[in-house]
Structures are given as structure tokens and as C-alpha cells.
Write a protein that binds this ligand. Sequence first.
Ligand code: TYD
Length: 140
Amino acid sequence: MDNLLLNITTHGNDEVGYLSFFESNKDIPFDIKRIYYTYLVPIDTKRGMHAHKELQQILWCPYGKIEVVLNNGNEKSSYILDSPEKALLVLKGYWHDMYWRKEGSVLCVAASEHYDEADYIRDYDEFLKYVKEGYWDDEN
Ligand code: TYD
């Protein structure tokens, strides 16, 4: 499975507004164990700069515009989250960099595991070593 830009199911109209939703193991391929969100981030800030050994996540931006660059050690793909109806599935083993492209943008994340610093790879050379050694081969 690849990282995917998902369309979140949305109900509503311009008169009363909109409601979007997704469900574990139906719209996304894991049980949600944790939700977190990042806000009051100055424009053009870069966050992320890490990969996860096992964690899977869904990222969405309910307000604003955030660019997410995913890197599997060989190639990079850029995704724009600029609508509450879009979400990005980020699989394990991808180095991710996020860029805040609009003032006031909010990034929400639903994660497959509880917080565990031991699951982070925060050193880019170490990430490349995991890729080279085939740590994620046949898993994604
Ligand atoms: P981090 O994942 O590095 O954020 P970003 O990638 O957006 O820069 O997390 C920032 C800090 O918050 C770091 O010290 C770890 C801590 N943290 C938790 O304690 N629990 C959590 O669920 C998350 C996501 C982060």
C-alpha cells in the first residue's frame, strides 16, 4: 500500500455548513489509539524531520494549507493539505517534513499507536541506514 491522499466523506451545504468523518478499519486501515494536533505555527515553519519505525498516521488540515513531503530514502513526494475534505495516509518508514504555508493552519493527526519516542528516527543518516538495510522491505 502507498501513502494515499484520501477524500474524507463530507455531508452538508453552504447554508448550514459541512461535516466530514472517517472511521477506523473502514476508511483508514488501522485502529486509532491517539489524536494530536499542531497549531499557532508561524508561516513557513518546517516541522516533522523524522520517520517512524512502526507508526501509521492520518494527517488532515481542518483549516489552512500545509505541505507534507514524504521521502522513502529514494524518492520524495509532496502533498498539499488545503481542504478539510482531504487526508493523507502516512505509512511507517517515510521521512516526513511539513511546511506551514498559510497563517493559522492547523494540522490534526490520528495515529495507530500511543506515543513512543523509541519509534522515532530523528537522524536522517540513521533513517538512510534503516532503508539501506531493508528494515521496511515487504511491510508497506
Ligand atoms: P514531534 O512529533 O517531534 O512534533 P513535530 O514533528 O510536529 O515537530 O513532537 C514534539 C514534542 O511533543 C516531542 O518532544 C514529543 C512530544 N509528543 C508527545 O509527548 N506526545 C505525542 O503524542 C506527540 C505527537 C509528541
